[in-house]
Design a protein around this ligand. Structure first.
Ligand code: PBG
Ligand code: ZN
Length: 364
């Protein structure tokens, strides 16, 4: 109750219905009061009048340090392959990953999430745990470069299986428990190559507990787990599957990824992953999970992450390419909304551009 209206109304002194008051911009109020019925309203616009005032009271401040850039790593050297449905994103060989990482670090980006595309796939996704695979190789080179970036590796089988499924297929089903040891082997390979965080994304039950136990058993107690805790079976992963060559050859992912209609189940998944030892809880896709972020923020004290997925990027890029929306303003608005809803960490293909935009805004 800070309005002049309130002060006037209760002080007992009648408001000065004078031209001076009108000149101060109180014309509507004066008119109402003269009529004997002061309208109770507050002037929220005061704090919006200048850029400096808006900056002073801004509630959500995006920082490059909270952004994580997902990268697709291919074997070899000097390999750079554009991804058609993700304009501006490329599959890179480890040497070029290091080059890009140096740029990202210079911009203050917080970390990297690595996905690997192997030379050889097989039904069991054995290449996921190959110590000479693209992800371990990139991790070793990144470690050697000693950049101020958090190095995270995605742990799933779908980029490594011939059928594109996230686990071991038996008949027409994905065998949860047969998949867990494969995930553990992959996580161990990434941890020994230099990953600081492993991120199981396959929505297998018990994957977080399995990884925690496997890491602890070999003394890798400092490696963190970022759990893809609430992952909906979303139509927005399409461009990623093109990038990672991981489209399921038959069926879909609905037997393990969650029904997008469910939110209580999402919170249950998050509670289970927290109990299994996750260090960070993630929701995905981001823009369709803002309600989950807001509710999770109330319920959990763990850091929360959100993944702005490939389809979210594709929508932005396509509309911007048509000139239908402003890429930069829309990009920052989307990221800000994700942070406002409760995300501490945001995985986004816009990490580099957003970091550059934020630096520019600061220097203005
Ligand atoms: C693999 C994985 C996927 C994504 C992250 N990890 C694809 C999927 O589940 O099909 C999607 C990321 C994106 O769309 O940007 N399990
Ligand atoms: Zn997968």
């Amino acid at each position: 109750m800070t309005s002049t209206l309130h002060r006037r109304g209760t002080a007992g002194a009648p408001p000065p219905a004078t031209p001076a008051a009108s000149a101060q911009g109180d014309a509507g109020q004066v008119a109402a009061e003269t009529a004997g019925a002061p309208l109770p309203f507050e002037r929220t616009r005061r704090l919006r009048a200048t850029a400096a005032r808006r900056a002073l009271v801004r509630e959500t401040r995006l920082s490059p340090a909270q952004l994580v850039m997902p990268l697709f790593v291919v074997p070899g050297r000097a390999r750079r392959e554009p991804i058609a449905s993700m304009p501006g994103q490329e599959r890179l060989s480890p040497d070029l990953v290091v080059e890009l990482a140096a740029d990202l670090a210079a911009l203050g980006v917080g970390g990297l999430m690595l996905f690997g595309i192997p030379t050889e796939k097989d039904p069991r996704g054995e290449a996921a745990a190959d110590p000479d695979g693209p992800v371990p190789e990139a991790l070793r080179q990144l470690r050697a470069a000693d950049l101020p970036l958090v190095l995270a590796a995605d742990v799933c089988l779908c980029e490594y299986t011939t059928h594109g499924h996230c686990g071991i297929v038996v008949g027409d089903r994905i065998d949860n428990d047969a998949t867990l040891p494969q995930l553990a082997n992959a996580a161990l390979a990434y941890a020994s190559a230099g990953a600081e965080i492993v991120a199981p994304s396959g929505m297998m039950d018990g994957q977080v507990a399995t990884l925690r136990a496997a890491l602890d058993a070999v003394g890798q107690t400092e490696i963190g787990i970022l759990a893809y805790a609430s992952k909906h079976a979303s139509a927005l992963y399409g461009p990623f599957r093109e990038a990672a060559d991981s489209t399921p050859a038959f069926g879909d992912r609905r037997s393990h990824q969650m029904d997008p209609a469910n939110s209580r189940e999402a919170l249950r998944e998050m509670a289970l992953d927290a109990a299994e030892g996750a260090d960070i809880l993630m929701v995905k896709p981001a823009i369709t999970s803002l309600d989950l972020l807001a509710r999770a923020r109330q319920r959990f004290d763990l850091p929360l992450a959100a993944y702005q997925v490939s389809g979210e990027l594709a929508m932005l890029e396509a509309a911007a390419a048509h000139g239908w929306i402003d890429r930069r303003r829309t990009g920052l608005e989307l990221l800000t909304a994700i942070a406002r809803a409760g995300a501490d960490v945001i995985l986004t293909y816009l990490a580099r551009d957003a970091a550059a935009w934020l630096a520019e805004e600061r220097s203005r």
